[in-house]
Design a protein around this ligand. Structure first.
Ligand code: 2F8
Ligand code: CA
Length: 425
């Protein structure tokens, strides 16, 4: 019995472990589905990241181009600023040049006037020298002075003019250079505008990409959590599967033990069944003994009570009813034999009476009356309804053919019959 108990315990343990593993099956399936979905999502995220990476590279290139343009513009602006710084000096030089120019023009005008005067003062004919010696001296002095002034003017003009012209040329060159630089800067204006718009759009896209990356980061964290959960479950499952493998190794031995237990169980069940039958029979015997002790007789599944007092047919039936019985019916030759022999030749009422408009014979316990089969139990010549008042039947003699019809109000001994119904199914 100890071995069987051990086997049962082991089988129970095995069942619980298998149940645990089975219970985890849907969870594993679910997690497996989650991991697969996570894999698909990771692939999608990777594809998105590739796209984002490509966009970032393009943006980077755009930003580098913009930076290069900005660098060029910055340099040009520096040149412009440098030139702007020179403008006040150049303006001063221009003012000076303008003043000098005005002076030169004045000198030129004076020179032209002097020349004009000289041409007008030349004598058409030779004057007498003796008459105008002092006046001639004065004129000569004036001429010398004028010549000296003219020479000085020419000298000054010859000296200053190249410097003025050089300065003006420099100013013109600088102005031209400045103009070109300003033109370059103006030409770069739309490009700068365009690049500025591109940089702003790039900024917006970078913000969007950052938002997408935040979302992707959140999803990756969620996926990471799911994968960690799945791993934890897989760990548990792996441990359980190790237990299952260990238990599986014990199964052949357990099966042999179970076969032995099964054989023993069959034998025990047989013994139990026999024991139950014995108990049932004992209980039936006890019931029968109890009825017999109260004056009942047992025959083929029925108890019979043979009265010791006489009663009319109806009163006898009432008595039987009070004992859970009826006046007896007779349905077989064996029963008939049992009844007439036990009656011992004394007249006993039985449960046969006329009923209905036709007055057919009827069993009082509702057993169907078989007229043909019952013919053999009547005393020859009976039932004769003697005196036209015989509507109840009795066993009159100790013989197979023992029935006689008699007046129901006559008092005779009687026989009750009660089927034996076991208290158990
Ligand atoms: O001879 C048969 C005849 O015998 C008796 O009557 C004289 C019976 N009467 C009683 O038992 C009361 C008849 O029933 C029976 O038929
Ligand atoms: Ca009769």
């Amino acid at each position: 019995m100890g071995t069987i108990s051990d086997i049962k315990s082991s089988a129970q343990l095995l069942k619980e472990r298998v149940d645990n593993v089975s219970a985890l099956g849907p969870e594993v399936k679910k997690n497996s589905g989650g991991v697969e979905a996570a894999g698909v999502q990771v692939q999608r995220v990777n594809a998105s990241l590739d796209l984002v990476h490509t966009q970032i590279l393009m943006l980077k290139t755009s930003v580098e181009n913009a930076n290069a343009h900005i660098q060029i513009l910055t340099e040009n602006w520096e040149d412009v600023n440098h030139l702007n710084a020179q403008i006040p000096g150049l303006k001063k030089d221009l003012d000076k040049a303008s003043v000098l120019n005005t002076k030169v023009r004045g000198l030129q005008s004076s020179l032209e006037n002097i020349n004009k005067l000289l041409r007008q003062q030349e004598p058409p004919s030779k004057p007498a020298p003796a008459l105008v010696p002092r006046r001639c001296l004065t004129v000569r002095t004036a001429i010398i002075c004028l010549v000296l002034a003219l020479a000085a003017s020419i000298l000054l003009q010859a000296t200053l003019y190249p410097w003025f012209m050089g300065t003006i040329s420099d100013i013109k060159s600088s102005a031209q250079l400045l103009k070109e630089r300003v033109d370059n800067v103006s030409a770069l204006g739309p490009e700068v505008k365009k690049n500025s718009g591109g940089v702003e759009a790039a900024g917006v896209q970078v913000q969007r990409v950052n938002a997408s990356l935040d979302l992707v980061h959140t999803q990756i964290l969620m996926l990471k959590t799911s994968v960690e959960n799945a791993n934890a479950h897989i760990q548990i499952l792996t441990e359980n599967w190790e237990d299952v493998n260990h238990l599986n190794a014990q199964i052949p031995g357990l099966k042999k033990d179970l076969d032995k237990a099964s054989v023993l169980n069959t034998k025990v069940r047989g013994l139990q069944s026999s024991l139950e039958n014995i108990n049932k029979l004992l209980r039936q015997q006890d019931d029968i003994l109890q009825m017999v002790s109260q004056g009942w007789r047992y025959f083929q599944g029925n108890f019979y009570y043979f009265s010791r007092i006489v009663k009319t047919w109806y009163s006898a039936q009432q008595f039987c009813l009070s004992r859970g019985a009826h006046l007896t019916s007779v349905t077989s030759e064996g029963e008939q034999e049992f009844l007439y022999k036990t009656a011992g030749g004394l007249v006993h009422w039985i449960g046969l009476t006329k009923a209905g408009t036709e007055g057919d014979w009827t069993w009082v316990d509702d057993t169907p009356f078989d007229k043909v089969q019952s013919k053999r139990f009547w005393i020859p010549g009976e039932p004769n309804n003697n005196g036209n008042n015989e509507h109840c039947a009795n066993i009159r003699v100790s013989s197979l053919r023992s029935w006689n019809d008699a007046p129901c109000d006559n008092q005779f001994l009687f026989i009750c019959k009660r089927p034996y119904i076991s208290a158990e199914p």
